[in-house]
Design a protein around this ligand. Structure first.
Ligand code: C5P
Length: 227
C-alpha cells in the first residue's frame, strides 16, 4: 500500500491526539502533534516574559522567533514523540492550564504560523504521516489524501480534559477547564490567519459517544480505502 498523509483537525480536546497517535502506530506512520509546537512557542514567550496575565509583547516575540528550535524525539517507553525546545524536553511544561490560556493568542500571529507550517510541511514531505491540529487539512496539507474533522460537545471535551489534568496532578476546577476550552475554540475559529474550519473534503466524526476502539476502526478503514 502506498503511504498517504492523514490530516486530523478539530476543536480543543476532541481526543485528536489520542486517536492520531494510535492510528500512526498501527500504520507505522510518523505522528506529529502540531498543538505541541504552538505550545512550545507559548512556553518560550512565557519564560522570556513576553506574555503574561495582562501583557503580550507580540512584536518582541516575532523578533525572537529565530531563537526557537522545536524538535521531536521518540520516547520508546511512552510510545510517542516528545517535544523539545532548544534541546530541552518540555513535554510536561506545555500541558499546563497556564500554557493553554496563552496559546491561542500566540497562535493568531502570522509569523509564528508561517514558521511552524513550514516545519510541518517538511516533516510530511515523504508522506506516511498523521498530523493533528487546526489547519492541517486546510493550510498545511490541502492535498492530504485523508482529512478528518473531529467534533464533540464542549461539555464532553471539557470533562475529558479536566479528568486528564486531574490525573496529572493539576489542581483546578471543571469550570476553569470548560472556560478555557470554549475561549480557545472562539479564538481559533475567528482568527484572521488560518482559522479553524472544516475543509470541504474532510470527513466529520462526532466522537462524543464513540470509544477509542470504534474511532480507530473507522479511521483504519478510511486510511485503507485511500492508500
Ligand atoms: O492541539 P492543542 O489543543 O494542544 O493546541 C493548542 C492550541 O494551539 C490551539 O488551541 C490553537 O490555538 C493552536 N493550534 C493552531 N494550529 C494548529 C495546532 C494548534 O493554531 N495546527
Amino acid at each position: 500500500m502506498s503511504k498517504i498523509v492523514i490530516a486530523i483537525d478539530g476543536f480543543s480536546s476532541t481526543g485528536k491526539s489520542t486517536i492520531a497517535k494510535q492510528l500512526a502506530k498501527q500504520l507505522n506512520y510518523i505522528y506529529v502533534d502540531t498543538g505541541a509546537m504552538y505550545r512550545a512557542v507559548t512556553y518560550f514567550a512565557m519564560k522570556n516574559e513576553l506574555i503574561g496575565k495582562d501583557f503580550f509583547h507580540s512584536e518582541k516575540l516575532i523578533e525572537r522567533l529565530n531563537e526557537i528550535h522545536i524538535t521531536f524525539k521518540f520516547n520508546e517507553v511512552l510510545g510517542f514523540a516528545e517535544v523539545y525546545l532548544n534541546g530541552e524536553n518540555i513535554e510536561k511544561q506545555i500541558r499546563t492550564l497556564e500554557v493553554s490560556k496563552y496559546v491561542s493568542p500566540v497562535a493568531t500571529i502570522s509569523e509564528v504560523r508561517q514558521k511552524l507550517v513550514e516545519q510541518q510541511q517538511l516533516m510530511g514531505k515523504d508522506k506516511g504521516i498523521v498530523m493533528d491540529g487546526r489547519d492541517i487539512g486546510t493550510v498545511v496539507f490541502p492535498d492530504a489524501e485523508l482529512k478528518i474533522f473531529m467534533t464533540a460537545s464542549a461539555e464532553t471535551r471539557a470533562q475529558r480534559r479536566y479528568k486528564e489534568l486531574l490525573e496529572r496532578g493539576h489542581n483546578l476546577s471543571y469550570d476553569e477547564v470548560l472556560e478555557n476550552v470554549t475561549t480557545r475554540d472562539r479564538i481559533d475559529s475567528t482568527r484572521e490567519d488560518s482559522p479553524l474550519v472544516k475543509a470541504d473534503d474532510a470527513i466529520e466524526i462526532d466522537n462524543s459517544d464513540l470509544t477509542i476502539e470504534e474511532q480507530l476502526k473507522t479511521l483504519l478503514e478510511l486510511a485503507a480505502s485511500k492508500a
